[in-house]
Ligand binder design. Structure first.
Ligand code: FNR
Length: 348
């Protein structure tokens, strides 16, 4: 489902290799969470204000950087699966749209090369690897290359359960591509399985927040939060932001839709740190609901991949620009001229 013509889910499905398509679109387990994410935003109804002067509607945002839109690009792995320029195309699209971009730990391009395209701030997503020295070195590289925040993904101690389909083959990725961002930290000999070293560390705790902040000097946003008490635990441990997410339904199947988790998290955090959200956001009105309920920004996962698959940089740009235009239009119809004027009273 997508309101963005030309870069829709259906158009992406037509051009992608079926195994890559399955990798992108699937959730975990029985696909419960992935199936209900978008619909959950559409259960909200708006209570618009009228007779406001809405000739000029702005979407400018300050959030660990200065952006022209609160519609950001969520971290996702291996963009050369979707378009030959990979993450370089994504980064160029983000820069052109003035959108916050989060670069995954698992990229097919070295982070320094991606950063060179952006000419401004960006955020780096962290999976803490079994060998923590690789992660420490990588977050310092990200800081040196201009990252303005880290996003610690907390919901992936290991990868979610995917039932065997009987047909899906391994992704069409060479080791060289899959390891592009970490290759320089890997020993050249004496290690039987390099994948062991870069596997996610299932032993990380809230202490990891402080460790990452110390290693990098950057604010750490914790991604994968669905409960108020968990958000508070992270804030008390030094988190600089909270990212409400169920990983696009790819981790614990049956985890709460983010549209339902967001209000509880916002209420618990009480403005101590910013809260952002992703999962099933497919239109400007979905974004309007999230921003009104207290999110500072919203992030698109699969829709950006659909854009990359259908038309590379231009496709990704079209997706972010279109959802931003829809948001601006919806804000005006709701009587708001800036993000600061969005509040929970707009939503029933
Ligand atoms: C992801 N996501 C993800 N998250 C993360 O922290 N690091 C990563 O490397 C990835 N990789 C990844 C690959 C693919 C193919 C998908 C679909 C998702 C999760 C992502 O950041 C985000 O939470 C969800 O995609 C948001 O939901 P929607 O917009 O896809 O519904």
């Amino acid at each position: 489902m997508s309101l963005v013509e030309g870069s829709s889910e259906a158009a992406a499905r037509e051009v992608l290799d079926p195994d890559v398509w399955h990798y992108v679109s699937r959730g975990a387990g029985g696909n419960v969470s992935v199936g209900e994410a978008a619909g959950a935003w559409r259960t909200y109804r708006f209570r618009p204000r009228v007779l406001q002067d809405v000739r000029r509607v702005e979407t400018d945002l300050e959030l660990f950087g200065t952006w022209r839109t609160p519609i950001g690009i969520a971290p996702s792995a291996f963009h050369q699966l979707y378009t030959p320029a990979g993450e370089l195309a994504t980064a160029a699209a983000a820069f052109a749209c003035g959108a916050p971009m989060v670069l995954s730990s698992r990229t097919t391009t070295r982070l320094e090369d991606v950063a060179a395209v952006i000419q401004g701030p960006w955020w780096f997503q962290v999976y803490v690897m079994r060998d923590p020295s690789i992660t420490a070195a990588t977050v310092r590289r990200a800081r040196d290359a201009g990252a303005s925040a880290l996003v610690l993904t907390g919901d992936t101690p290991y990868v979610g359960y995917v039932p065997p389909t009987g047909t899906a083959r391994p992704l069409p990725l060479t080791d060289e591509l899959a390891l592009a961002n970490v290759a320089q930290h890997l020993p050249h000999e004496g290690v039987a399985d390099i994948w062991e070293l870069i596997d996610q560390d299932a032993g990380i705790t809230v202490d990891t927040i402080e460790w990452l902040a110390k290693e990098s000097g950057l604010p750490v946003i914790v991604k994968g939060i669905l409960r108020g008490d968990e958000a508070i635990r992270c804030v008390e441990a030094g988190a600089g932001g909270i990212w409400v997410s169920n990983h696009g339904g790819r981790q614990l199947d049956g985890a709460l839709p983010t549209a339902r988790a967001l209000p509880e998290v916002v209420a618990a955090v009480e403005g101590q740190v910013p809260v952002v959200v992703d999962g099933g956001i497919r239109s400007g009105t979905d974004a309007l609901a999230a921003l009104s309920l207290g999110a500072s920004a919203v992030f698109l996962g699969r829709p950006v991949i659909w854009g990359l698959a259908t038309d590379g940089q231009a496709g990704a740009e079209r997706v972010v620009d279109e959802v931003t235009a829809q948001l601006r239009h919806a804000m005006g119809l709701a009587g708001a001229t800036s993000l600061a004027q969005l509040d929970p009273s707009l939503v029933a």
